[in-house]
Design a protein around this ligand. Structure first.
Ligand code: SF4
Length: 249
């Protein structure tokens, strides 16, 4: 796998929390479009879509992180992996190995992590000897259709495998999350939200959000009403099962 080196790794995101992004690019190549790709292209970190899909691992990530964690004045609530790449990128075991190493490093300072992936969460995360119970493991999931995945998330792990890996961690007692954003408007994909929720009804938290940065989604005439109704459905589903619910729609 190609590598790069960086000068810093632990960053405070615009959303206010600390995060690490130890890979440049992402082979998942999401076409919603991917905000991280748009930013990378504007700042010259990716020439084009093909270049973005060739991930480069930050070879000095562990050294940088160890130094930066040591310099923190106060202990943060958590560190997030990742905002501009995917920590469990499909088909890249080097990325998975590095992510596990970095999570272990963060946890060794008494700081939990939150993880979000469109890949397969590794079973090692259930190992209580290595990772504490306050880590949160999440998958991004907005559809159960493989046709949808092929069109919008061509390099990501099939939905069923994402869910299966998440459920395995749930069964082992880990805290789990589903991030349902960008949920498609019906002109992009006709689907049954109840069926998707039913497939992930075991989780501890669900986040639901609409589809931004796409002109086609904006063209759907009943967009606001649609998202209001769907967010209500998610809230009711979560309330009935004691699942923590957040909505950005
Ligand atoms: S998984 Fe995330 S970072 Fe990777 S291409 Fe998709 S949206 Fe972008």
């Amino acid at each position: 796998m190609e590598t790069i080196t960086r000068k810093s790794l632990l960053n405070r995101s615009a959303l206010g929390f600390l995060c690490i992004n130890h890979v440049q690019g992402c082979s998942h190549g999401c076409l919603y479009p991917c905000y991280a790709f748009s930013m990378a292209r504007s700042y010259g970190r990716a020439r084009d879509y093909g270049d973005w899909r060739r991930p480069r691992l930050v070879a000095n990530a562990a050294e940088l992180l160890a130094k930066e964690l040591g310099r923190l004045r106060e202990r943060p609530g958590y560190v997030h992996l990742c905002l501009t790449t995917d920590p469990f990128m499909t088909g890249w075991p080097e990325v998975t190995a590095m992510s596990l190493k970095l999570i272990g490093l963060i946890n060794s300072k008494g700081i939990p992590v939150s993880v979000l992936t469109k890949g397969k969460l590794p079973g090692e995360l259930a190992d209580r000897g290595r990772f504490p119970e306050d880590n949160i493991y999440g998958i991004s999931l907005v559809s159960l259709s493989e046709e949808f995945r092929g069109r919008w998330e061509p390099g990501a792990t099939p939905h069923a495998e994402r869910i299966e890996a998440l459920e395995r961690l749930h069964e082992a007692g880990c805290r789990t999350l589903v991030h349902m954003e960008p949920y498609p408007t019906p002109n992009l994909a006709e689907q049954d939200l109840g069926e998707i929720l039913g497939a992930v009804g075991f989780v501890d938290s669900i986040y639901f959000g609409g589809w931004n940065y796409n002109a086609e989604a904006g063209k759907y005439a009943r967009r606001e009403e649609f998202y209001r109704e769907r967010a209500g459905l998610v809230r009711r589903f979560c309330a009935e099962r004691g699942i923590r619910c957040e909505s950005g729609a």
